[in-house]
Design a protein around this ligand. Structure first.
Ligand code: NAD
Ligand code: DAU
Length: 353
C-alpha cells in the first residue's frame, strides 16, 4: 500500500488548522500537505507549532486555479483529500456571492477532477476524498425537530447555497465516476483561532475593548455549538472509519439562542476582567437583522455517535471557558489580525524555502 500523502485544503483557517495539527501529530507515518490560498481568513500563525514537522508541507495555492491544482497533484501524488478550504462567512456571502461560487463550487470541482484523474489511489478506486461541509445546507428549522442526514437540502444564504452545490458535486462524482467520497455536515464551531468576524471571537474581542456588541435582530436565532477540537476529532473518525458514499452529521446537541450565548460570554468576561457583574452586558446593541437570517439549526448527531463511536469531549461550559481563556492569553494573535500583520508571515517564513 502507498504511504498516505494527504492533501488538506484550508489548513491555515480556523477548523483546518486544528485538523492539520491533529493529523501531523497523531499520524507520523502520513505526510500532510496543507494547501491554502491565504485569503484574509488564512493565518499561518494558527499552526506555528507544527510548521517544522518532517511530515508536513505548506503550499500556498488557489483551488480555483485548475492548472495549479493539477500540477500539485501530479507532483506530490496525493493519495487522499480532506477538503476544508472555503469562503465561510455568511455576511460576506450576502455582499459578495461570486467569491463563494468560485471557491466553494468551482474550487471543489477542480479538486474532484484532479483527484479523479491524477491521484495514484483515487483514480483507481482507492483512497478517500472527504468534503467537510455545514449544517446550513439543510435550511432553517422553524417548526422544531433536528437535521438528519436524510433531511432535504434547502439552503437559504448564498454561502449555504454554494456549500450545498459543492456537496451535490461530491456525491455526483461518487455516483458517476465511483470516486470514493465521504461527507460531513457540522454545526457552528467555536474555539481558539477563529477569525474575529464570527460571533464568539468578535464578541470576546469587543468586550475586551469596551466596544458595542452588535446583536442581529432580537438575538432569538438558535445555533448548535461545538468545540472546534471535537470537530477535528470527528473529521479524523469520518476519514478513517466513515463508509464510502455516506454523510455524517456532526454536532454537540448544544443549542443556544444568540442572546443567551452572548450573556454567558458577558458574565464570564466580567469575572475574568474583574468587572462588576452586568458591565459587559451593557455593551449589547441590537442592530438590523442579517438578510434572510436562518432562525434555528440543530443537528441530530446520533449516526456518527452510534456508527463511528464519536462523542464530544467537552461540555459547553468547559469549552467556552477554555475559549475565552485562549483569546485573553493570545492577545498578540488578535492584535496581528486587527493590524493586518499576520498576512506578512508567509513572505517572512516561507517565500524562500
Ligand atoms: P475559515 O474561513 O476560517 O478558513 C477557510 C480557509 O480556506 C482559509 O485558510 C482560507 O485562506 C482558505 N481558502 C479560502 N479560499 C481558498 C481558495 N480559493 N484556495 C485555497 N484556500 C482557500 O473557515 P472555517 O470556519 O475554518 O471552515 C472550514 C470549513 O468547514 C469550510 O468548508 C466551512 O464551510 C466548514 N464548516 C465551518 C463551520 C464553522 O462553524 N466555522 C461549521 C461547519 C462547517
Ligand atoms: O452552522 C455552521 C456555520 O456556522 C458554518 O457553516 C459557517 O461557516 C459559520 O460561519 C457559522 O455560520 P453562522 O452564520 O451561524 O455564524 P456567525 O458567527 O456569523 O453567527 C452566529 C449567529 O450570531 C448568527 O445567528 C448571526 C449572529 N450574529 C453574528 C455576528 C457576526 C450576530 O448577532 N451578530 C454578529 O455580529
Amino acid at each position: 500500500m502507498l504511504k498516505k500523502n494527504i492533501l488538506i485544503t484550508g489548513g491555515a483557517g480556523f477548523i483546518g488548522s486544528h485538523v492539520v495539527r491533529l493529523f501531523v501529530n497523531k499520524y507520523p507515518d502520513y505526510h500532510i500537505f496543507n494547501i491554502d490560498k491565504l485569503t484574509y481568513a488564512g493565518n499561518l500563525k494558527n499552526i506555528t507549532d507544527i510548521e517544522n514537522a518532517t511530515n508536513y508541507t505548506f503550499i500556498k495555492a488557489d483551488i480555483v486555479d485548475a492548472n495549479q491544482i493539477n500540477e500539485l497533484f501530479a507532483k506530490h501524488q496525493f493519495t487522499d483529500v480532506i477538503h476544508l478550504a472555503a469562503e465561510s462567512h455568511v455576511d460576506r456571502s450576502i455582499t459578495n456571492p461570486i467569491d463563494f461560487v468560485m471557491t466553494n463550487v468551482v474550487g471543489t470541482v477542480n479538486l474532484l477532477n484532479a483527484a479523479k484523474s491524477l491521484s495514484p489511489t483515487l483514480s483507481k478506486g482507492e483512497g478517500v476524498f472527504y468534503h467537510v461541509s455545514t449544517d446550513e445546507v439543510y435550511g432553517s428549522l422553524n417548526d422544531g425537530g433536528f437535521f438528519l442526514e436524510t433531511t432535504p437540502y434547502d439552503p437559504q444564504s448564498p454561502y449555504s447555497a454554494s456549500k450545498a452545490s459543492s456537496d451535490h458535486f461530491v456525491r455526483a462524482y461518487h455516483n458517476t465516476y465511483k470516486l470514493r467520497v465521504v461527507l460531513s455536515n457540522c454545526s457552528n464551531n467555536y474555539g481558539p483561532n477563529q477569525f474575529p468576524e464570527k460571533l464568539v471571537p468578535l464578541f470576546i474581542n469587543n468586550i475586551g475593548n469596551n466596544k458595542p456588541l452588535p446583536v442581529y435582530g432580537k438575538g432569538e436565532n438558535v445555533r448548535d455549538w461545538l468545540y472546534v477540537v471535537d470537530h477535528a476529532r470527528a473529521i479524523d473518525d469520518v476519514f478513517h472509519k466513515g463508509k464510502i458514499g455516506e454523510t455524517y452529521n456532526i454536532g454537540g446537541f448544544n443549542e443556544w439562542t444568540n442572546i443567551d450565548l452572548i450573556k454567558v460570554i458577558c458574565k464570564a468576561m466580567d469575572k475574568k476582567l474583574g468587572r462588576t457583574e452586568g458591565e459587559s452586558e451593557r455593551l449589547i446593541t441590537y442592530v438590523t437583522d442579517r438578510a434572510g437570517h436562518d432562525l434555528r439549526y440543530a443537528i441530530d448527531a446520533n449516526k456518527i455517535m452510534k456508527e463511528l463511536g464519536w462523542q464530544p469531549s467537552l461540555q459547553f461550559e468547559e469549552g467556552i471557558e477554555k475559549t475565552i481563556d485562549w483569546y485573553l492569553a493570545n492577545q498578540e494573535w488578535m492584535n496581528e489580525i486587527t493590524s493586518g500583520n499576520y498576512q506578512n508571515y508567509y513572505e517572512a517564513m516561507y517565500a524562500n524555502r
